[in-house]
Design a protein around this ligand. Structure first.
Ligand SMILES: [Cu+2]
Length: 258
């Protein structure tokens, strides 16, 4: 039966030759693993706040005048430091170690990063290694997704997306934090992708708060990462049905107290 499948195989082989096999290296299926599923009945929660002290640069309104479509969008501000009530937004928090040999299957549902109002939304995302990221364009202008991982095992991307494009999907295979995404058409557009090996992660919200649910009982190293201020780690013990509180504090070390 020389059906669709064999045609696909021939096509793929040709593409591999053309692409120097780079794509195949990351797209190869992983060997079957004994995956652990989240035990919601016996798990705990890690919850806390990313505190910020000192004086952060105030968000600056971006001049989007170079693109008439962008300039019609709502005002767009820099997102490096968003502090509200002493809490820092857009900090990626994840379970760095302590799971032992537990492995979790990457979801097949993509994490979506949209281009809307000539900015990436959300500004910071988390995704599991092997889980797709979908880049969509909700704007009536041409955008570009230029993703530049540092690790050779994660494939970079440079995707042009037409107005109101339904989007393209890419998958990163290896854990790596704060992979930058920029738009070649609009130099102010910037976002970060965090690839991790387990589903226990969160991004701090507008008040600096984060919550990670479904964590199996145990003692873990948790890491927080901010695009400018870097990483901080802490240890936390999670008990069944309990919420363990874990706060992090970043300080710009300025003359202004919080
Ligand atoms: Cu753009």
């Amino acid at each position: 039966m020389p059906g669709k499948k064999s045609v696909m195989i021939v096509l793929c082989s040709l593409l591999l030759v053309a692409a120097g096999c780079k794509k195949a290296a990351t797209a190869a299926p992983e060997p079957a693993k004994n995956y652990t599923t989240i035990d919601w009945a016996d798990s705990g929660t890690i919850s806390g706040t990313i505190h910020f002290t000192g004086k952060a640069p105030k968000p600056i309104q971006i001049d989007m005048g170079q693109d008439p479509v962008c300039s019609l969008s709502p005002a767009n501000f820099t997102k490096q430091y968003i502090v509200a009530n002493g809490g820092l937004e857009n900090v990626f928090v994840y379970l760095k170690s302590g799971l032992g040999d537990k492995a979790y299957a990457p979801p097949s549902t993509p994490v979506v990063m949209d281009q809307k109002g000539c900015q990436y939304i959300p500004h910071v995302i988390g995704v599991m290694a092997g889980q797709p990221v979908k880049f969509t364009n909700s704007d009536a202008t041409m955008h570009n997704v230029h993703m530049t991982p540092s690790l050779a095992t994660n494939q970079s991307a440079d995707i042009s997306e037409a107005p109101n494009s339904p989007g393209e999907t890419r998958t990163l295979s290896t854990p790596e934090l704060m992979i930058p995404v920029r738009c070649n058409n609009h130099p102010w557009m910037e976002a970060y992708i965090n690839v991790v090996s387990n589903p226990f992660y969160a991004v701090s919200g507008a008040d600096g708060h984060f919550t990670i649910k479904g964590v199996p009982p145990g003692t873990y190293t948790i890491e927080a990462d901010h695009e400018q201020l870097g990483t901080k780690t802490a240890t936390v013990t999670v008990a069944p049905h309990q919420t363990a509180t874990l706060d992090f504090a970043y300080d710009m070390g300025s003359e202004t107290a919080h």
